[in-house]
Design a protein around this ligand. Structure first.
Ligand code: PMP
Length: 303
């Protein structure tokens, strides 16, 4: 099991900075029993100038609020204060390259009724710079993503992740690195914790919004495509179109941009180094570390 904290680790819990090893939560929480909570996954990076930067803090804390509202969880915080608190938690733990996990959860309540208040915690732990070199062997999952008529699929709700866990565990049990899930109509949706793109004949394709989590990294990749003049289309995608395409990748806050070696054992046609997907991977790395010179060189095409 991974270690996320030690006796010195500090977390933010309902207005206080407390030791993670001493923090308490209510075991009668509606969140623990029914998966009824919302959370975020955020990264901070040491930039090229040595500063600590939370990447897309506003987008993540705005989504936390939107997720809470989608689930009727009372939400009394604002993005600016939560961003400041998170920088303080990072400082108190002496962390720059970190993973940040805010959770909004419910009080003790064994019924399904609405609550009058929610609680919040913010945990951080070390995450080393991601190398992104190892290509993934991915399988199309036997699990579909939750039906958007049964769940608020655009919300980052804890309960949705039972589906992610089942799909990821199935893939690993079968010897793959990760799963790719379809929506209820059989179109490709996303990975258990990342969005999906594939590349064919110099163009990128990604599933349309509606049956997926609208990823902040996905939106960043779309912005990079526009800056780099890369043609990208959001559409319904069947697995058959992806088999033998030029390249494919997952993108997400934790995954960053990570290429596929194969899908259902069918390899991709181009070596990763020769793909526009790799160009996106490099541009993303430069963006998160605020390597502006390299980014400009990419846009103007300097080698
Ligand atoms: N889809 C799912 C199911 C996820 O859990 C994540 C990770 N939050 C993503 C996509 C990617 O979202 P983001 O880029 O905002 O991290």
């Amino acid at each position: 099991m991974a270690t996320y904290y030690n006796d010195h680790t500090v977390m933010f819990l309902n207005g206080e900075y407390v030791k993670a090893s001493e923090a308490k939560m209510d075991f009668y929480s509606q969140s623990l029993h029914y998966g009824y909570s919302v959370f975020e996954g955020i990264r901070s990076y040491k930039t090229v100038t040595g500063e600590t930067r939370i990447f897309k803090a506003k987008e993540h804390f705005d989504r936390l609020k939107a997720s809470a509202e989608a689930l009727n969880l009372p939400y009394t915080w604002n993005t600016v204060e939560l961003t400041e608190i998170t920088y303080e938690v990072l400082r108190r733990n002496n962390l720059q390259n970190a993973y940040i996990r805010p959770v909004v959860y419910a009080p003790a309540n064994m019924s399904f009724n609405l609550n009058t208040e929610s609680y919040i915690l913010i945990e951080v732990w070390e995450m080393a710079a991601f190398l992104g070199d190892k290509l993934l062997r991915v399988m199309c999952s036997s699990f579909q993503r939750p039906n958007p008529k049964g769940f608020k699929i655009h919300a980052k709700a804890a309960g949705h992740y039972v589906n992610s866990i089942l799909a990821s565990q199935e893939a690993k049990a079968k010897g793959y690195d990760e799963a790719l899930l379809s929506d209820m109509h059989g179109f490709i949706a996303e990975g258990p914790g990342a969005n999906f793109f594939y590349e064919k004949n110099g163009k990128l394709y990604t599933p349309s919004l509606g049956n997926i989590l609208p990823g902040i990294t996905r939106a960043t990749v779309l912005e990079l495509c526009s800056e780099l003049k890369i043609d990208v289309t959001e559409k319904e995608i069947l697995p058959e179109e992806v088999y033998g395409a030029d390249a494919a990748f997952f993108c997400g806050t934790a995954a960053e941009v990570i290429g596929f070696a194969s899908l259902d054992d069918k390899p991709f046609a181009l070596p990763w180094e020769n793909t526009i997907s790799k160009t996106i991977q490099d541009a993303y790395k430069n963006l998160i570390t605020e390597n502006k010179i390299a980014l400009i060189e990419e846009v103007v095409g300097v080698e």
